[in-house]
Design a protein around this ligand. Structure first.
Ligand code: ADP
Length: 484
C-alpha cells in the first residue's frame, strides 16, 4: 500500500502535543509492515534544518489556491533511524517561528489560509513526486480540507483516481472554526458552504470538512469514538458524526519503544526494567534533588500536561492541601492557561519541600518525571487517547485516571481482592471520586509494598507496541480501499 500521512506537527521536528508523537510513530510502524509510507508536513522556522539534515528537493513548485499560485519549496529528510521520507513544504504562509501561535502565544490570524495552502500544497507535492497514494491519511482540523478537495476539485484527476482518505480526530475540542471571510482567498464555491456540507452555524469548520468528506473516519480510542457521538463530548459535531458511525473506528496509540523505554532511555539517570527496579529509585532521588524537594520515600505524584481545562487539573488544585496531608510529593511539568500556571505556582510557594511546579516545555524533564514518579495523575474531563498514562505504565509509574476516552481503554482499575488491574480509575469528574482513587493508591503504596511492587512490574510488562497497533491501522486502510 502507498500511504501519504499528512500532519501539522511531527516529532522530532515540531511538537505541541500527542499528535506529533503519533505522526511519526504510525508511518514508521506502517513502513515496518511493508507499506510505502511518506509524511508531508509544513516547514516552520523553528525547525533546525542542519540538525535534522533537511535538504532541498525543489523550488518554485506552484499550487493553485483560489485565484493565486502559491510558491512552494520542497525539502526532505527521513524519520530518525528509518527509511520513512519526511517532506517539508516551505511557503510564505507556513514558514513562521510557531506552529499555530506566534512567539507571544497569540494565534496566527491567518491560520485558516495557512492550512488551506498546506492542503493544496499536498496535492501538488504528491503529483510532483509522482507518488499516487492509495491512502491519504489526514489528521485533526489543520488537514480537514484534504478529503474535501479530493472529492471536489480533484475528483476527476486520474492521478488520484483510486486514492481513499482516512481522517483522524485526535481531539474534537479543536475544530478550526472561523468566519467565512477567513477563507475567502481560497474561493471555495458557495454551494459547498451550505450548512449541510462545510458550513457550521454560518462559519467554516475545518474538522467538519474532514468528517463529511473522508472515506473512513477514525479517532484515537474506542471509548472516545462512542463519546464524540454524544452532546457532552461532541462539541456540536455529534450529529454529523452519528451519521457516519458505521465508518468510524477507534484505535488507541502505541508507544515508540526506542524513545519511551526505561531499559534504554538515555535521558534518565539510571536505566531499569521490570525485573530490576533499583534504577527507578535512583531516578526518584535524583529528581527530588534536582528539583529541590526533600529526598524521601514519600509517594511521588507526577503530572506532565498542557495546562488546559480539558485536563481536569482543578480537581488536583482543589484537593491540594489534602494531598499534602497524605504525605505525598507533587511534581508538575506543563505550560498553558496562565490562571492554572499561577494557581499551581502558589502551591509550590506553600509547600517548597514537597511540590515542584515547572512551567516550561522540556522533553528531558518529561522522561525524568515518568521514571521518578510512583504515580501519575490524569484526572481529565475528556481525553481522546492520552499518551502519558501509557508512558507511565511502561516506566512502572501507576496511573490514576478518570474513566474517559483513551484512559478508559488503557487503564484497568486495581482490584485489591484479585490484585489485578493497571492503575486507579474513577468515574465522575468530582473531587470526591478523584480523591478516593488517589487515597486507594497511596494506601496500597504505604501499606502493601509487595503488592505495589507487583503492580508496578505488571504494568511495565503490558504490550503497547506499535506493531500490534499498526495491524489495526492496516485493517482500517483495507476497509477504506474496499469502499466505492
Ligand atoms: P495532548 O495531545 O492532549 O496534549 P497527550 O497525552 O496525548 O496529550 O500527549 C501529550 C504529549 O506531550 C506527551 O508526549 C507529553 O509527554 C508531552 N508534553 C506535554 N506537555 C509537555 C511539557 N510541558 N514538556 C514536555 N513534554 C510535554
Amino acid at each position: 500500500m502507498k500511504v501519504a500521512f499528512i500532519s501539522a506537527e511531527v516529532v522530532p521536528f515540531s511538537k505541541t502535543g500527542g499528535l506529533a508523537d503519533v505522526s511519526a510513530a504510525i508511518p514508521k510502524a506502517l513502513n515496518e509492515l511493508g507499506h510505502e509510507t511518506i509524511i508531508i508536513t509544513p516547514l516552520y522556522k523553528s525547525i533546525d534544518q542542519e540538525i535534522h539534515k533537511i535538504k532541498l528537493v525543489s523550488t518554485n513548485n506552484l499550487a493553485k489556491v483560489g485565484k493565486k499560485e502559491e510558491v512552494l519549496d520542497l525539502y526532505i529528510t527521513h524519520l530518525p533511524n528509518t527509511k520513512v521520507p519526511v517532506y517539508f513544504v516551505k511557503n510564505q504562509y507556513l514558514y513562521r517561528e510557531g506552529i499555530y501561535v506566534d512567539t507571544d502565544g497569540i494565534d496566527y490570524k491567518d491560520s485558516p489560509m495557512r492550512f488551506i495552502t498546506f492542503t493544496k500544497a499536498v496535492f501538488k507535492i504528491l503529483e510532483n513526486l509522482e507518488f499516487s497514494p492509495d491512502i491519504i491519511h489526514a489528521n485533526d482540523w489543520h488537514t480537514g480540507y484534504l478529503p474535501f478537495y479530493l472529492r471536489t476539485e480533484f475528483s476527476d484527476s486520474k492521478f488520484f483516481k483510486d486514492t481513499k482518505t482516512i481522517y483522524t480526530i485526535h481531539n474534537i475540542g479543536y475544530q478550526g472554526i472561523y468566519p467565512f471571510e477567513s477563507i475567502e482567498d481560497a474561493r471555495i464555491p458557495e454551494i459547498y458552504l451550505e450548512e449541510d456540507l462545510l458550513g457550521f452555524h454560518k462559519q467554516v469548520n475545518f474538522m467538519k470538512a474532514g468528517i463529511v468528506y473522508s472515506t473512513i473516519l477514525t479517532t484515537v480510542s474506542s471509548k472516545y469514538a462512542e463519546e464524540i457521538q454524544t452532546k457532552e463530548f461532541g462539541f456540536g459535531l455529534e450529529k454529523i458524526i452519528q451519521t457516519r458511525k458505521d465508518d468510524l473506528h477507534g484505535i488507541v496509540h502505541g508507544v515508540d519503544s526506542s524513545i519511551w523505554n526505561p531499559k534504554i532511555d538515555s535521558l534518565i539517570v539510571k536505566n531499569y526494567d521490570s525485573k530490576n527496579l533499583k534504577g527507578k529509585k535512583e531516578c526518584k532521588s535524583y529528581l527530588q534533588e534536582k528539583l529541590n524537594l526533600e529526598v524521601s520515600d514519600k509517594p511521588l505524584l507526577g503530572v506532565i500536561t498542557r495546562l488546559a481545562t480539558q485536563k481536569g487539573l482543578y480537581l488536583i488544585l482543589k484537593k491540594f492541601d489534602d494531598i499534602m496531608k497524605l504525605g505525598a510529593q507533587f511534581i508538575l511539568l506543563g505550560t498553558g492557561e496562565s490562571t492554572l500556571e499561577t494557581q499551581f505556582k502558589k502551591k509550590e510557594e506553600k509547600y517548597p519541600d514537597d511540590c515542584s511546579i515547572n512551567i516550561m516545555f522540556d522533553n528531558v524533564l518529561a522522561h525524568q518525571i515518568e521514571a521518578a514518579s510512583d504515580m501519575f495523575l490524569m484526572p481529565s474531563k475528556y481525553e481522546p487517547c492520552g499518551l502519558n498514562q501509557i508512558y507511565s505504565m511502561i516506566y512502572g509509574t501507576v496511573p490514576i485516571v478518570r474513566k474517559t476516552g483513551g484512559l478508559s481503554d488503557t487503564v484497568q482499575d486495581y482490584d485489591p481482592e484479585t490484585k489485578t488491574g493497571s492503575g486507579f480509575v474513577f468515574e465522575k469528574s468530582n473531587t470526591k471520586e478523584f480523591f478516593t482513587a488517589l487515597k486507594r493508591a497511596i494506601l496500597l503504596y504505604n501499606e502493601e509494598p509487595d503488592s505495589w511492587k507487583n503492580l508496578t512490574k505488571n504494568i511495565m510488562e503490558l504490550d503497547f507496541s506499535w506493531k500490534k497497533v499498526a495491524k489495526k491501522w492496516q485493517k482500517v486502510y483495507e476497509i477504506a480501499l474496499a469502499k466505492k
